[in-house]
Write a protein that binds this ligand. Structure first.
Ligand code: BT5
Length: 250
């Protein structure tokens, strides 16, 4: 089943996620909010998302709670990769658990899924997606960690409207896959991760960072790591750095 895409374009907004949450009740399921720029774009744990013009800032409204919240992140990351496959052949991008898309050792895109509560219960999920598309080097330097854009990778400017339209199509596509077949969605997402079998530094939200070997990702998106002492542990969130010596095109 395919359905028509529904996109609402905004020129400037505080955050597309905030806008989508504020208008949640009146927005149709599967709507994509797209803004040219954000004044308060945010990432996880209140971190800032650098949001000048020239990029994609989008939020996808999901009202069908078909799985764990992490499945919404899977939908978003897979949709971004599919747009890249269409528009930027040979892009070399990969998913870095839990919510990043990287090229080499630089961040190209981040996903932030936030729940919407009604009467104390989860009513839907807003999937926020930021992709560095036409950002020049001087803007990337303002970001506190290694980042890249499609412009830097390809030396070509990409039409943002075409990007947004394709993103809306693929988001709906993976959303429907998730609703009908969660295992398939998970399999597609896991395949695009380049983390299993690698040594990483993991910084959990609380507690000290540790070096570990990634053993697996469970079907609800948890990372299973093995520490130096052989003990295994699962994490639902955290920040991961692939340790040097990895062949990610870095
Ligand atoms: C994320 O958070 O990666 C999720 C970012 C989601 C942004 C979208 S844009 C549309 C929607 N509306 C919003 O307000 N948010 C969503 P996290 O994993 O916490 O990473 C945040 C970190 O990424 C920051 O602390 C910076 O180090 C880095 N960063 C900030 N802006 C960046 C950019 N444009 N490109 C690459 N890295 C960036």
């Amino acid at each position: 089943m395919q359905r028509e895409t529904n996109i609402r374009y905004l020129e400037s907004v505080d955050s597309t996620n905030t806008y989508a949450a504020d208008h949640f009740d009146s927005l149709a399921d599967g709507t994509l909010i797209v803004a040219e720029t954000q004044s308060s774009g945010h990432g996880r744990l209140g971190r800032k998302w650098h949001s000048p013009r020239g990029n994609i800032y989008a939020s996808f409204v999901m009202k069908d709670l078909f799985g764990e919240p992490f499945h919404a992140t899977m939908v978003s990351s897979l949709a971004v990769l599919s747009v890249l496959n269409d528009l930027v052949p040979g892009h070399g991008a990969y998913i870095k658990w839990p919510n990043d898309i990287f090229i080499g050792n630089r961040k190209l895109s981040g996903v932030l899924c936030e729940g919407v509560l009604r009467k104390g219960a989860l009513a839907g999920i807003i999937c926020g997606i930021g992709v560095n598309v036409n950002l020049p080097e001087e803007e990337l330097e303002r970001i506190g960690q290694p980042a890249t854009s499609l412009l830097i990778q390809t030396k070509c400017k990409i039409n943002l409207k075409i990007f947004a339209e394709k993103l809306a199509v693929y988001l709906n596509w993976y959303y429907i896959i998730g609703i009908n077949d969660r295992e398939r969605l998970f399999g597609l997402w896991k395949r695009e991760n380049r983390i299993i079998g690698r040594r990483v530094t993991l910084q959990p939200p609380h507690g000290p960072a540790c070096e570990a070997l990634v053993r697996d990702i469970s079907d609800d998106g948890k990372l299973r790591i093995e520490k130096e002492d052989g003990s295994q542990q699962e994490f639902a969130c955290g920040d991961v750095k692939l340790l040097p010596g990895m062949e990610n095109g870095a």
